[in-house]
Write a protein that binds this ligand. Structure first.
Ligand code: GTP
Ligand code: MG
Length: 238
């Protein structure tokens, strides 16, 4: 069987060109009154918005997951995990970006406070799940980074979406940013193990080690392509 170099599936014909800064001017976004809110309590209140956005996306994925479990179709979702970024990581990221320590700077510049990771069996499932989410009217795409079509220099592969999801509160609707990372099981295997190696602070990865890791990513990608070919052949008759 011939293995193709790439799987030709596109999430959307036109990808939104809107940058986050433009979107942040939309006054349906999180209220700017948080500018004065530098107390611990107000910070927790701001994080509550992100928790709500996260819950909304998790609920959507859970519905898709359950729908596939009940139907006869194969399930394109293997697992879903979500988290709100810890206060410490938010502060570290803001320092790294040289941002003022205000809640409004956080809200306008940090897009991955609510984060969801979706693991799918096959590469085509990654794009299928992304398409299902993006076709929903209460989700709008801010940015998409396709590290599957264009892997990072170190070999990292995943599809990253930053979306705004509508959440209804007692008095108003807010558009909450959520980062959604979608990857295949093989991509996740590489990313999880690479993360463990890289984040051991007392371990320095030499150039040779990085090359070896990249080779592993390429082996995973080749396996993904072969599995995709098998899936395309075997599952189309279902
Ligand atoms: P961040 O400042 O980390 O958010 O980077 P960014 O804004 O350039 O976003 P990018 O889409 O490149 O990466 C965001 C997230 O993807 C990271 O927080 C990780 O969860 C994941 N990621 C990106 N690159 C790598 C990588 O090389 N290895 C692993 N294991 N994960 C990665
Ligand atoms: Mg991040």
């Amino acid at each position: 069987m011939k293995v193709k170099n790439t799987v030709d599936v596109t999430v959307r014909k036109e990808v939104s060109e809107t940058t986050y800064t433009e979107v942040a001017r939309d006054d349906r976004l999180l209220p700017q009154i948080y500018d004065y809110l530098d107390t611990e309590k107000q910070f927790s209140r701001a994080l509550f918005f992100y928790e709500a956005g996260l819950q909304q996306i998790m609920a959507k994925l859970e519905i898709l997951n359950r729908e596939f479990q009940y139907g006869n179709d194969r399930n394109p979702i293997e697992s879903v995990k979500g988290r709100v970024k810890s206060e410490q990581s938010i502060v570290e990221k803001m320092k790294k970006k040289g941002l003022p320590m205000t809640i409004s700077a956080m809200m306008s510049n940090i897009y991955d406070i609510a984060g969801v990771r979706v693991i799918c069996p096959f590469i085509s499932d990654v794009y299928q799940v992304a398409r299902m989410l993006l076709s929903q009217k209460d989700i709008s795409l801010v940015t998409m980074k396709d590290y599957i079509k264009q892997p990072k220099e170190n070999g990292y592969r995943s599809l990253h979406l930053i979306v705004l999801v509508d959440v209804f509160f007692s008095e108003q609707m807010q558009k909450i940013p959520v980062e959604i990372q979608l990857r295949s099981i093989a991509m996740n295997c590489w990313a999880s193990t690479e993360h463990q190696l890289r984040y051991k602070k007392d371990h320095v990865l030499t150039d040779d080690m990085q090359k070896e890791l990249k080779r592993c990513a390429e082996l995973m990608a080749e396996a993904d392509q072969i599995m995709q070919e098998l899936a395309t052949d075997l599952l189309k008759e279902d």
